[in-house]
Design a protein around this ligand. Structure first.
Ligand code: HEC
Length: 215
């Protein structure tokens, strides 16, 4: 091989090592002051103050400003009160309805219950909704049956507990808080109470004059 060709080959080989060398230098250098080379910079570099940095514009030198008085952070407005959480200030479940229990509320509760809960718990709350029946039929063995809502343990629960089951789910039951707003959750709780009354009623609960009409 002619000598010049060997020299050229050597130069090319050494040049090909340069990118790798750059990478190694970058890796081993613990203090990086300049940003990486960016082919498409997008909006990566913007004039802004990073967290905890100094801003000479303000007298106190802080770039992070205190919130103006009365500011409510997004999502935190609904932070207080039994109406939103079903929980009292002492962390116990609410035992009183924080909304007036009216016929309109119960009707609304029935409508919402039939939409959101009856699929599993059944229209009467006995745990015999369409989904439960279908799962029983499939008999795959992994199914947790929906609780009978007129079972004594559920009757004994506080209103706030039931509210929380709707909002956050419980064990194998999914949460419905993102689909059912607070007012409607209370409407459903009220309706579940009505279902419980209806399912545990005895002849004594029926007014005297209506008893004859019952079969
Ligand atoms: C996808 C089916 C499904 C839907 C829809 C559903 N539930 Fe449930 N629910 C369950 C299952 C399953 C359980 C039992 C969970 C367990 O024990 O693991 C349960 C349990 C409960 C309990 C008993 C909680 C306890 O502590 O024992 C209540 C009360 C309840 N559900 C109310 C509701 C209400 C009100 C709705 C409508 C907003 C609703 N559920 C919608 C499946 C469902």
């Amino acid at each position: 091989m002619p000598r010049p060709l060997i020299y050229i080959a050597l130069i090319l080989v050494s040049l090909s090592l340069v990118p790798m060398a750059c990478v190694v230098v970058n890796w081993t250098n613990p203090v990086k002051t300049n940003t990486r080379i960016q082919v498409v910079p997008d909006m990566d570099n913007q004039p802004k103050f990073k967290a905890q940095s100094v801003n000479p514009f303000f007298a106190d030198g802080r770039s992070a400003r205190a919130w103006p008085e009365g500011t409510v952070p997004r999502g935190l407005l609904e932070n207080e009160g039994p109406f939103y959480h079903g929980i009292e200030a002492d962390s116990s479940f609410t035992t009183e309805f924080p909304v007036p229990v009216t016929e309109a509320l119960l009707n609304r509760g029935q409508e919402r219950y039939d939409i959101y809960c009856a699929t599993c718990h059944g229209l009467g709350g006995a745990g015999d909704g369409m989904i439960a029946r279908r799962a029983d039929k499939l008999a795959q063995g992994t199914w947790t049956p929906p609780t009978d809502l007129a079972a004594q343990p559920v009757i004994d629960r506080q209103h706030g507990y039931l509210y929380n089951v709707i909002a956050n789910g419980v064990r194998n039951m999914p949460a419905y808080g993102h689909q059912i707003p607070p007012q409607d959750r209370w409407a459903i709780v009220a309706y579940v109470r009505a279902l419980q009354r209806a399912r545990t009623a005895t002849m004594d609960d029926v007014p005297e004059e209506n008893r004859r009409t019952l079969r």
